[in-house]
Design a protein around this ligand. Sequence first.
Ligand code: PEP
Ligand code: CO
Length: 447
Amino acid sequence: MNEWKPDSWKQKKLSQAISYPDAETLDRALQVLSRLPPLVTSWEVENLKALLSQATRGEAFLLQGGDCSERFADCRSDPIVAQLKVLLNMSMVLTYGSQRRIIRVGRFAGQYAKPRSSDTETRDGVTLPTYRGDMVNRPEFTKEARTPNPLLLLRGYERSALTLNFIRSLVDGGFADLRHPEYWNLRFVKYAQLAEEYTAIVNNIADSLKFLEILAGRRLHELQRMEFYTSHEGLHLPYEQMQTRVVPHRTGWYDLTCHFPWIGNRTRNLDGAHVEFFRGIANPIGVKIDSHIAPSELAELARVLNPQNEPGRLTFIHRFGAGNIAKGLPPLIDAIRYSDQVVLWVCDPMHGNTITTQSGRKTRDFHAILSELDQAYEIHHACGSQLGGVHFELTGENVTECLGGARGITEADLEHAYVSDVDPRLNYEQSLEMALLIARKLHRNHG
Ligand code: PEP
Ligand code: CO
């Protein structure tokens, strides 16, 4: 294999490449990015890797979630707080159910670049470039909005920094104090049974903490500060490269745009540019996979991306769809076991379950999502492996983008509050319900 450099990916085939008409401005924007301070630090990145290695041993469980595609317009206080709250709520429920430490990783503070199945979109005879995320172009169907604009890379970096700054201040300021669930409870869970079950769990946790502190005779300060890590699809390689640095007192290169970048299902080809870039960075990384990957190819991918077989380094995020997982997953688990590789297995029950309604809305059904998760859990168990985490597209807001759940969202309801420009997300109630159902399952099996 050739020597790795932050730009050695340029020698490989780049899928999902963006053609910027203004090369000079692109160059200038990238130069600026290469001088700006990193968004995260290598200490945090290594801490997360250590936590993920605990998850490979079954001592922790990953909860990864957030928007399919973050929007610049949502870089505001309310949506960010709502996103933190829903992740915190879910993590409490999952802690209770799994009796394991929950690692919270947001799809936020940088999830601004999207892979698309087509380079262009045609409406009424007009063909324009597809929308590829707020960091690349804008969703409005005009030539101006759809032309990739390099300056949006800087706007994306800045919004990532603003989001992260707000999250860090909230967390450091005690917003996520476990003794004060009222700070981070979502007040608008109206569905009574859900609210009751959730409140019982959270009160139980708060009581246990009080009890523990009385026994210990001191305040447990760690409980005040629930950590969040950031992640996004590392799709836009020029952007990722500019924030990839060598840091003092450590060996290796760190991609400091986020803690946990992942390779998308469309860009994970072994001889492609994304795998080349990712193999050289020291971060913990994820790879999305589905039925199209051969078992031998998966084992090779693990060898290329994690040659030292370092626990916590590599996470496979499988996203088969409820109808395909039973057939697709077992041979992949076997391939990894036979090749003696340590990976973390995570289920993304969203991306294999996308359907389009008659009226043309992209949606996902709560039952299909839950069914894929249920099956993932059982299959790993039966194959002597274990499900180490879950990956959702969700929001803390009251949208109607996915069908079903306790409130029974129907196709007609999708018209009420469908906000996403890309994939449909679970809303706050559906997310909490999902967490409660997973927790029940984990509790039954471990309790
Ligand atoms: C995504 O996570 O939004 C995505 C595009 O997923 P995948 O790469 O699994 O299709
Ligand atoms: Co998506």
